[in-house]
Write a protein that binds this ligand. Structure first.
Ligand code: PGA
Length: 252
């Protein structure tokens, strides 16, 4: 049985004080929650402050991105080793905003995934189709291409360190959530891709989160699907009560 995993992606929101307050509020309310893995991914600049707020709790720290090189002349970038140094366990890679707003390619993401694994970070690798892909019936083609490209050269053993996040781009921040059936269909296909590419065991252990307008009132039904193992949450992760409500939905 895969343990549900709920991660909050705070994106470029909050200031230092509100980031710390949110983390402290979550730590308090999540204390004693059993059977669900929880992570929060603040803006890089606040990772250090949030790390202190979650220290010793059941809320893990994640970053929203990293650079693939270990160190050197890469102005403005942050390495995986730096994220480890500051207490990160997870790193989100290939989020649709990085793909579609910042222009990251599968090849860029692949380098980051390999570099993250190298330093012991657990990557959350995002895939997802545009509305135009869904309308033209190419959803699984796009997702397979992103999966193969972003995870090129990943061994079966490494794959087990990775969480996949299926995030249909049309559902992110729009309030338009995929139906549990639409999401489950893609999650099941992703599992089949892993059976083909690796084996049954890998396909059985890798967690696949759904992301895109997850809220307390739709979380339980989504995560109740056999192949949906948690959620990557944006907007609803910015308030203690809504994020806790989603965690409660995952545990139910
Ligand atoms: P949303 O964002 O929950 O606000 O739709 C999800 C995400 O981008 O990870």
């Amino acid at each position: 049985m895969r343990r549900p995993f709920i991660a909050g992606n705070w994106k470029m929101n909050l200031d230092r004080a509100s980031a710390v307050a949110l983390a402290e509020g979550l730590v308090k309310k999540a204390a004693g929650t059993d059977g669900v893995d929880i992570a929060i991914c603040p803006p890089s600049l606040y990772l250090d402050a949030v790390a202190a707020a979650v220290a010793g709790s059941n809320v893990a720290l994640g970053a929203q991105d990293m650079y693939h090189e270990p160190k050197g002349a890469f102005t403005g970038e942050i390495s995986g080793a730096m994220l480890c140094d500051i207490g990160c366990k997870y790193v989100i890679l290939g989020h649709s905003e990085r793909r579609h707003v910042l222009g990251e390619t599968d090849e860029d993401i692949n380098k980051k995934v390999l570099a993250a694994l190298e330093v012991g970070l657990l990557p959350i690798v995002c895939v997802g189709e545009l509305l135009s892909d869904r309308k033209s019936g190419t959803t699984m083609e796009v997702i397979r291409r992103q999966f193969e490209g972003s995870l090129a050269g990943i061994s079966a053993e490494q794959m087990q360190q990775i969480t996949i996040a299926y995030e249909p781009v049309w559902a992110i921040g729009t309030g338009e959530v995929a139906t549990p059936q639409q999401a489950e269909e893609v999650h099941l296909d992703l599992r089949k891709i892993m059976v083909q590419r690796y084996n049954d065991e890998v396909a059985e252990v890798v967690r696949i989160q759904y992301g895109g307008s997850v809220k307390p009132d739709n979380a339980a039904e989504l995560i109740g699907q056999p192949n949906i193992d948690g959620a990557l949450v944006g907007g609803a992760a910015l308030k203690v009560d809504s994020f806790i409500g989603i965690i409660a939905g995952a545990g139910s």
